[in-house]
Design a protein around this ligand. Structure first.
Ligand code: PLP
Length: 401
């Protein structure tokens, strides 16, 4: 008998729990399409050459292991901001962006949630798209916010419900926080067009809403990091006080290094200094200060033109491999004379494909074919390779016809 004897078993995480189930499966045909982590065409994790070179540079510098400050490694945050907002961003030139290094994108979301709960009020609303990345909901709830959903995805068109989105933005109380996926929306792979972003920005401005961009896939959507930052930059140009969560997990392949940033665009440097001070007050009792290794790697890459260029090419190659797997998966399903339309596989962008498969179909594919993906029908395209794509198509076809 211990104090923990009555502790109930908690449910497995809907995404990470899948990896455990996959690892336990002994069937040789098994395929893991759950977690959004890039794999090469050999199905193995990839370390980018630009990252390997950065690792060598860091090693050569024989740096010490002192603590970073609460806000992290300053060179990293500076480069990270230029990466998202653009080297010529007037907000950066005017020194009015508050920023801290965070524990990847998840940590950035959590710190932002805490900041909103403190300064917008405990229990105040954050609007997230329906659907959204599953972890957003507990992150913001645990930070003390009320999570509300705005319309985003229309299953009938397998596209954006733009009218629904605008109408929900319109009816929300003024000055509400709206979480927006900067690009490559997870899980749907459906993004607004540039015209739609511009219209949304205008309406959010009129409503004085606070746009909070979650940018976990910069470079992964189009293969071009500058293009993928378009919506963020447009909102800043339109005068919004944007908040931004950045992750370098997917685009730099630095998943386990937990490297990201949170920033808030302010009116002037004085306001930015005050926001910065409060971010540090949130962070200090939470984890004190972030790890330095990932920050050093990203700093080496983004501060060196040749390495940055090499990284861009590698990022584009990852995006291109995913695009070619989309074409291949759709092609195999069509060749099987599937009765369903699979056009959305190639029209969606980013790491995921929101297949439209029902929960029952997902579970049947898992049981019959040992292919693991989330119950909402989302598959990580990054796990599809030229060796398993035909098997995945056949397995989908076997339950959908
Ligand atoms: N935001 C979105 C939309 C994501 O899809 C993810 C990862 O899947 C994250 C944030 C956070 O990822 P990480 O904490 O690994 O940077």
């Amino acid at each position: 008998m211990s104090v923990w004897s009555d502790m109930p078993m908690g449910p497995a995480d809907p995404i990470l729990g899948l990896t455990d189930a996959f690892n336990k499966d002994t069937d040789p045909r098994k395929v893991s399409l759950g977690v959004g982590a890039y794999r090469g065409d050999n199905g193995k994790p990839v370390v980018l050459d630009s990252v390997k070179k950065a690792e060598q540079l860091v090693l050569d510098k024989a740096m010490n292991h002192e603590y970073a400050g609460i806000a992290g490694v300053p060179e990293f945050t500076k480069l990270s901001l230029a990466f998202a907002y653009g080297k010529d961003s007037s907000a950066l030139k005017e020194n009015r962006v508050a920023a801290v290094q965070t524990l990847s994108g998840t940590g950035a979301c959590r710190v932002a949630g805490e900041l909103f709960a403190r300064f917008r009020g405990e229990g105040s609303a954050i609007y997230v798209p329906n659907p959204t990345w599953g972890n957003h909901i507990p992150i913001f709830k645990n930070a003390g916010l009320e999570v509300k959903k705005y319309r985003y995805y229309d299953p009938n068109t397998v596209g954006l419900d733009f009218e629904g989105l605008l109408s929900d933005v319109q009816v929300a109380d003024d000055e509400s926080v709206f979480l927006l996926h900067a690009c490559a929306h997870n899980p749907t792979g459906v993004d607004p067009t540039r015209d739609q972003w511009a219209e949304l920005s205008k309406l959010m401005k009129a409503k004085k809403h606070i746009p909070f961009f979650d940018c976990a896939y910069q470079g992964f959507a189009s293969g071009n990091a500058e293009k993928d930052a378009w919506a963020i930059r447009r909102f800043v140009d339109d005068g919004h006080s944007v908040a931004l969560a950045q992750s370098f997990a997917k685009n730099f392949g630095l998943y386990g290094e937990r490297i990201g940033a949170l920033s808030v665009v302010c009116n002037d440097p004085d306001e930015a200094a005050r926001v910065s001070s409060q971010l540090k007050i949130v962070i200090r009792p939470m984890y004190s200060n972030p790890p330095v290794y990932g920050a050093r790697l990203v700093t080496e890459i983004l501060s060196d033109d040749a390495l940055s260029l090499e990284w861009s090419g590698e990022c584009k190659a990852m995006a291109d491999r995913i695009i070619s797997m989309r074409t291949s998966l759709q092609g195999h399903l069509e060749a099987l004379k599937s009765t369903r339309s699979w056009d959305h596989i190639t029209s969606q962008i980013g790491m995921f494909c929101f297949t439209g498969l029902t929960r029952e179909e997902v579970l049947k594919i898992r049981k019959d074919s040992h292919i693991y993906f989330t119950e909402d029908g989302r598959i990580s395209m990054a796990g599809i390779t030229s060796s398993n794509v035909e098997y995945v198509a056949q397995s989908i076809f076997a339950v959908t016809g």
